[in-house]
Design a protein around this ligand. Sequence first.
Ligand code: NAD
Length: 293
Amino acid sequence: MMKIGFIGLGNMGFPMAKNLLEAGYSVYGVDLNKQAEQRLTEHGGKIGTSIPELAKICDFIFTSLPSSEAVEEIYLGEEGLIEEGTSDVLLIDTSTVTPGVNRRIAEACEGKSVSFLAAPVSGGVIGAVNKTLTFMIGGPKKDYHRISPIVERLGENIFHVNEDVDSGTKAKLINNLFIGFYTAGVSEALNLARESGIDLENLYHILNVSYASSRIYDRNYNGFIKDEQYDPGFTLKLLRKDLGFAMELADQHHLDLPISRNLLSMYEEAIEDGYGDKDMSVLYRKIREQAKS
Ligand code: NAD
């Protein structure tokens, strides 16, 4: 049976690993958080395999990690996946990282049998649970063809952006820049609606069939704002991370994006005010609370 490693069993990684188990693959999970590992065994996952061992026995290894630093450590560190990978294992990183990390990993693979694809995802935790994720894959087309039958068990829309290993990450960062704009826009506009005496539910039904409709309006309003519950979700902290990466990408291309810069400051301020671990839609509440004070 094909062996798949899965490193990082958090909000996104756990449901993806579980879906691979349900698709009939043999899955070896690794996480710093032992409870997350334990949870995987309840669904038939195997745990207790070290990263060097994983790199030797697996056909494919996925990673879903919270930061670029964690990704670099797992791939490029001592006893990391690249150093230890001896078979023709294909490594697939689904994390959102700073532009350039993928390239460093791909360069480290040169001259080795190990291959690497950067495959960031969109669709959130719900998409990971329901297997409706969008994958934006950058790297060699032949490796994309190798991984396609497996990622088709995790997502609905699988795209090969181009052969540049950073290309999926660029598409993903642009996606998240849009999300940052929409989330801020929805938060400000709905505060205006409330303060000016418009019922938010009524407004949603009107705007959902008008040009203001968007998937983020739908998600943020129906999933969070409506019931005033902001359990993540996609944390404001993670969105801020991705906006920072998008700005790095803009800097690399000597592009000044003044509205995006302001957006980034807005999210940074929200984190300083203690909203970082809530779903990003909590920006609506922050604006409301500021209006009250
Ligand atoms: P998370 O914090 O819930 O999960 C990350 C997991 O990685 C945690 O369980 C943590 O213990 C584990 N981990 C951290 N360092 C590790 C290490 N060195 N070795 C082993 N395990 C380690 O984060 P998440 O929400 O699942 O996001 C994961 C990635 O997916 C991020 O890069 C994020 O930007 C991206 N992403 C998230 C969403 C979302 O909606 N949450 C959507 C799309 C993409």
